[in-house]
Each structure stands twice: as structure tokens, then as C-alpha cells.
Design a protein around this ligand. Structure first.
Ligand code: SF4
Ligand code: MSK
Length: 625
């Protein structure tokens, strides 16, 4: 197994890599090796293909050209490139949010059979925030009104997005003073694309400031709407036990997996899997039942709300197919490798794409809309059952690991007894030193899951409560950190507090859009202490990030006042001006910065140091260096 230890720390990953090699399946790690050495100009952000006078590149050693054909220098090119990464990430999250708002609108018009309002009280509270009149209106009318009001946040002439009012007053003032208060969700992304056209914004500082505004339109706009509307439609997550890793697949049952990010399709698939007629059909085909599990963030959405088991995170998706046990995988969008159809062709797995905006080679396209979702889900589950008899030999190499999921802010407050007071008390007493949000992806540049697991292990040992999302949350669940038994790894204070509350030291807060739940938790703490988010003993980390969405998340975390440590270096080292602004200069204007540290142990040290610094400023007991 030595051969695979550098690729992944997970046992199922290593065993499945061996199997994939036997089956002659090419994986993401092999394709990464074939790309090496990757382009140095691109790694530094110094190449530009924005217009057709290019492509251009700037020589980092000062010997070759220092400007593109248009005259753009290293600072401009790097700032434009990172600005466009933020725009893509913000667009992805916000468009996901838009899809949910459209379902909410369809529910309001009674045109979405199978969907309903699961949280009317939360919906009414949101309606009040949006100024939607609820008096004398029924639930469906309120849903339609709220959907319309949220759609306004996307594209109309507003001065400030509605939900930015949830931020501490001091934070809102910083955004206004700096001119980065987001005005419209689509507007900020559109403006970033405009600014980065050749011959528009050539101020690297103003480009980066707009990057902040664009990212805020994601964190306090599109992503926040996505999470809130998902809760309204599918329920506010509550803690429930689940299990994780390849071992969740069942040898004798029909295995259906959902992959991507949006819960709109997967919720309907879950309902169809629970239909007794489907179970009977599966039994008539020789299976013992139907088993649904998740991949990546669509999986996280179902795990959070229903305790649906999680088969794997980003880098595991090809290997899950290689078990030969996946009868059908339904993909919506984001983080779905285009290679999956090719891998599936070597097995019996039926691959289905479901979104009008995401097609993949080797997948059958069956488009979901609110009107047809319930019926189509039934049809597809039936087809998955039919596919069970086509299975060849199955290899499920490990036993699943138990995990507790479902920690929405509401659930955390409930676990604390209905008020954040006990957490604040523990923070003040120093039993819990602070909190860290560990988020983001896997990336073949980093040994799979090692960044997440090593970082989190050190943080909890230092009495730092960890909340996590996305593929990071799956990594730590697989490592066994999401059960109370993991308190053995926690420092004495964290162990005492979490032990009394009967919660693990690492709390699963959801999918990628659910990073906003971490922001909302930060707001609640800041409000309780009557301070700003940037004053809290709190930090963020993305130890294995790969996605443009992670760039937007990182930027809105920092812009919200959360010091954030990245693992892989973003493509900015071609401009020391940009590097300095993001890692130092932002402190003065926004009260937080980025740091980059690929070594997770050292990243943990940076976070501990930051938390102690903030404790000292707040006048709390702090540890010396
Ligand atoms: Fe080259 Fe300027 Fe065009 Fe970029 S925008 S490709 S630097 S000419
Ligand atoms: S799925 S964005 S690889 S966390 Fe959200 Fe995982 Fe990153 Fe995709």
C-alpha cells in the first residue's frame, strides 16, 4: 500500500486505488502527474488570455516581457485573474441559490408537485426581513412573495443586499466606508466581468476591492439565500447519526448515489427511494432493498437533513464507481469530474445528468424541473433497480465509520440549551480558546484528506472548537472526529464542554453554500459580545481547496472579518503588490487577512496564534506565544 500512501491517507482510498489500477482505470492522480510540470506563468497568475491580442505572459525574472500586448503589467494581470476566479465562484453559488428560489416560487404557484414548505416559521421570519407582508396570506402566497423579493436581490437597483443587515453594525459600516457593500447578486459578478475586459479597470487595488464586493454578494447574498431557502423547502438540519466512507455502499442492495451540490433533485430521489412499491420492485429483482448515499455536497445536504450516508468526497468519486457497486449516480452540478462517464463505462453504473446547465460525456441527460421532479425521480429509481441485475463483481473494501451530522446554527443553539451563553462562558473562561471553520475541497496537489485531518486534529487538541463543511467535513468524519469518542483527541477544556453537551469536537455544518452558517454563528457570537466579527477568537481554513468557489468563500470570509489560512497557494505570486495587500494590507481596512500555509501543522499554529491574539485584545485570558 506504500505506493498509494502519498496520494491519500484514507484506507478505502488506498484499497480502491489498487483496485482501479488492476481495472486499468485512470484516476485524477494519474492525470495530475501527466500534467507536471504545470505552467509556471499560470501558477503565478502571470498569463492572460482575456483578449485576442494575446495570449500574453509576463516574465517573473524580469528578463522577458514585463507587459502584455495591451500594456497590462504583472499587477493588473494577476488582479484581473483572481477577480475572475471570484466572479466564477460567486456565480456558481448564487446561481445555485437562484434555482432554489425558482423552486420556492413554483411551490408558491402550486406548480411543484412533491415539494412543500417544511419550515413555515423560518419562511415567515425571512419574509419579515424582506418586508413581505404575511398578514391575511396563506403559506403559498407568502412563499411566492418571498421568492419574488429574493429575486429582486439578484438583479435590480438596490443600494444594499437585504441580508447584509444581519452583519454586525460595525461590519456594515466598514463595507459602506470602503465602498464594497454588495448591491445586487448578479450585478457584482457582471461588473467584475466588465471591469476585467481589456481597457476597463486597470487599477489592481480597485479590482481587488471589487473582488471583495463580488465575494460579499455571494456570502451575504446567493449562498445565504441558497441555504435559507433549502431549509425552508427541506427542513432545518438537526443532529442525527449517519455513516461515511466507501463502506456505506451495500453489497446486496440497489445503490443509488447523488453527486453535486443542489438538493432540489436529491430530495425527490430520496422520497422515491422510500416508496414501498420501489422496495418491493427491488426485492423482486433479487436485491434486499434500495440504498441511497451521497457524494460531495449534494451528499452533505442529505446527510445534514436526513442522516443519509456519505460515500466520499471530491477525490473519491471515481473510486466509488470502481467498487462496481454503484447502480446509478445522479449528478446535478459543480465538482463533478468530466471523467466520471468514462470510468462508469468500465462498470455497469448508469450515469444521469439532471440539470439543464450541466452536461457530461458518458452520461444520459434526464432534465429535472420543479414540475416533473417527483415523477422523474420515480422513473429513475426504477431504472436503477432494473440495473441491479447487470452488476459484475463488487468490491467494498472497508466498514463504514459512524458520524454525527446536522449542526445548523439552530441545532447548535439548541444543543447549548437554547442560548449561545454557555459557549460564550466557555470562551470567556478559556476552556474553549476559540473556533475555526475548516472548509473546502480535495486537491491532488495535497495528499487526500491529510490537510484537513492533520489541521483539525491539532486544533481540537488546542481546545479550539471546529465547525466544518464540504469535503473537509467528509474528511474529518471519515477520520472519526464526528463522534463523542473523538473527545479523546480534544484538549481538556474542549473535552469538558463538549462532553457535557454530548457533542463531538468537530461539528458538521453542511455543504459549500452552508459556509454561510459559519458566518451566521459568528454574527450571533459577535452580537452577544457586542463587537465585530473581526474581534472574535475565530479563524477559517481551506487546507485542500481547488475550486473557484473556494476563492469566493475565502474572500467573503476575510471581508467579513475572519482571518483565513489557505493550503494551496492561489495564482497570485506574480504580483508582490497583490500578495502584500491580501496577506497584510487588508488588516488595516477590513480587520482580517489571508495567510497561505500548505503544511497543516504550521497552519494550525498560525490559527492558534491568531486566536490567542484576539483573546488578548478582547481582554480574555490568553496564552503567551
Ligand atoms: Fe494580452 Fe492584454 Fe489581451 Fe491580456 S488583455 S491577452 S495582457 S493583450
Ligand atoms: S464539493 S467545492 S470539492 S468542498 Fe462542495 Fe467539495 Fe470543494 Fe466541491
Amino acid at each position: 500500500m506504500k505506493k498509494y500512501e502519498n496520494l491519500t491517507i484514507t484506507e478505502d482510498g488506498q484499497l480502491m486505488l489498487k483496485k482501479a489500477e488492476r481495472d486499468q482505470i485512470e484516476t485524477v492522480w494519474e492525470r495530475y502527474q501527466k500534467q507536471l510540470p504545470q505552467c509556471g506563468y499560470c501558477e503565478m497568475g502571470l498569463s492572460c488570455r482575456i483578449c485576442n491580442m494575446g495570449p500574453c505572459r509576463v516574465d517573473p525574472f524580469g528578463e522577458g516581457p514585463q507587459q502584455g500586448v495591451c500594456g497590462a503589467d504583472a499587477d493588473i494581470i494577476v488582479a484581473r485573474n483572481i477577480g475572475r476566479m471570484i466572479a466564477v465562484g460567486a456565480a456558481a453559488h448564487s446561481d445555485h441559490g437562484r434555482d432554489l428560489v425558482e423552486v420556492l416560487a413554483a411551490v408558491g404557484e402550486n406548480k411543484a408537485p412533491g415539494y412543500s414548505i417544511k419550515e413555515p416559521e423560518k419562511m415567515k421570519a425571512l419574509a419579515a426581513e424582506y418586508g413581505v407582508e404575511c398578514r391575511d396570506k396563506d403559506i403559498l402566497q407568502i412563499a411566492a412573495g418571498l421568492a419574488r423579493a429574493m429575486q429582486e436581490d439578484y438583479g435590480t437597483r438596490k443600494k444594499e443586499l437585504t441580508l447584509t443587515k444581519r452583519a454586525p453594525e460595525k461590519r456594515q459600516e466598514i463595507w459602506r466606508k470602503l465602498g464594497v457593500m454588495p448591491r445586487g447578486i448578479d450585478r457584482e459578478t457582471s461588473e467584475m466581468m466588465h471591469r476585467t475586459h481589456m481597457g476597463v479597470d486597470n487599477g489592481w487595488q480597485s479590482l481587488l476591492l471589487h473582488g471583495i464586493r463580488n465575494a460579499l454578494s455571494d456570502g451575504w447574498g446567493g449562498s445565504l439565500i441558497a441555504t435559507e431557502v433549502s431549509d425552508i423547502l427541506f427542513g432545518i438540519p438537526k443532529p442525527s447519526m449517519t455513516s461515511v466512507n466507501t463502506g456505506v455502499l451495500r453489497e446486496k442492495e440497489v445503490n443509488i448515489l447523488v453527486h453535486g451540490h443542489n438538493p432540489v433533485v436529491s430530495e425527490m430521489i430520496l422520497l422515491a427511494c422510500q416508496d414501498p412499491d420501489m422496495t418491493a420492485l427491488a426485492k423482486s429483482k433479487g436485491a434486499e432493498g434500495i440504498h441511497l448515499s451521497g457524494l460531495c455536497c449534494t451528499g452533505n445536504e442529505l446527510l445534514m437533513r436526513h442522516g443519509v450516508p456519505m460515500a466520499g468526497n471530491h477525490l473519491m468519486t471515481e473510486l466509488i464507481i470502481a467498487t462496481g457497486a454503484a447502480d446509478m449516480i445522479l449528478a446535478d452540478y459543480q465538482c463533478i469530474m468530466p471523467s466520471l462517464g468514462t470510468v462508469a463505462a468500465c462498470y455497469h453504473t448508469k450515469m444521469i445528468s439532471t440539470s439543464d446547465k450541466a452536461r457530461f460525456p458518458g452520461m444520459e441527460h434526464r432534465e429535472f424541473h420543479p414540475e416533473n421532479a417527483a415523477d422523474l425521480a420515480g422513473e429513475l429509481v426504477k431504472e436503477a433497480v432494473e440495473n441491479f441485475s447487470r452488476r459484475g463483481k463488487v468490491y467494498i473494501p472497508v466498514e463504514p465509520v459512524p458520524a454525527l451530522g446536522g449542526f445548523s446554527v439552530e441545532a447548535i443553539v439548541a444543543a447549548l440549551g437554547g442560548t449561545p451563553a454557555p459557549l460564550l462562558e466557555a470562551l470567556k473562561e478559556g476552556k474553549i480558546r476559540g473556533a475555526a471553520g475548516v472548509v473546502g475541497c480535495n486537491n491532488p496537489k495535497i495528499t487526500h484528506d491529510q490537510g484537513h485531518v492533520s489541521l483539525v486534529k491539532k486544533l481540537i487538541a488546542n481546545d479550539i472548537l471546529v465547525v466544518d463543511t464540504g469535503c473537509a467535513a467528509v474528511a474529518t468524519a471519515k477520520a472519526g472526529f464526528k463522534v463523542t469518542e473523538a473527545l479523546q483527541y480534544a484538549g481538556p477544556g474542549l473535552k469538558e464542554i463538549c462532553g457535557a453537551l454530548q457533542i463531538p469536537p468537530v461539528l458538521h455544518m453542511g455543504s459549500c453554500v452552508d459556509n454561510v452558517r459559519i458566518l451566521m454563528l459568528a454574527c450571533a457570537l459577535a452580537d452577544a459580545l457586542d463587537t465585530d466579527i473581526s474581534d472574535l477568537p475565530m479563524a477559517g481554513a481551506a487546507p485542500e481547496w481547488y475550486s473557484e468557489k473556494a476563492v469566493s468563500i475565502g474572500a467573503y470570509f476575510v471581508a467579513s472579518g475572519v482571518y483565513t489560512v489557505l493550503g494551496p497557494m492561489p495564482p497570485i505570486t506574480g504580483s508582490m503588490n497583490v500578495v502584500k495587500l491580501l496577506t497584510e494590507g487588508l488588516e488595516d481596512v477590513i480587520g482580517a487577512t489571508f495567510a497561505v500555509e500548505p503544511d497543516p501543522e504550521k497552519a494550525a499554529d498560525l490559527i492558534c496564534r491568531h486566536i490567542e491574539k484576539k483573546r488578548k485584545t478582547l481582554g480574555l485570558k490568553h496564552r503567551k506565544e
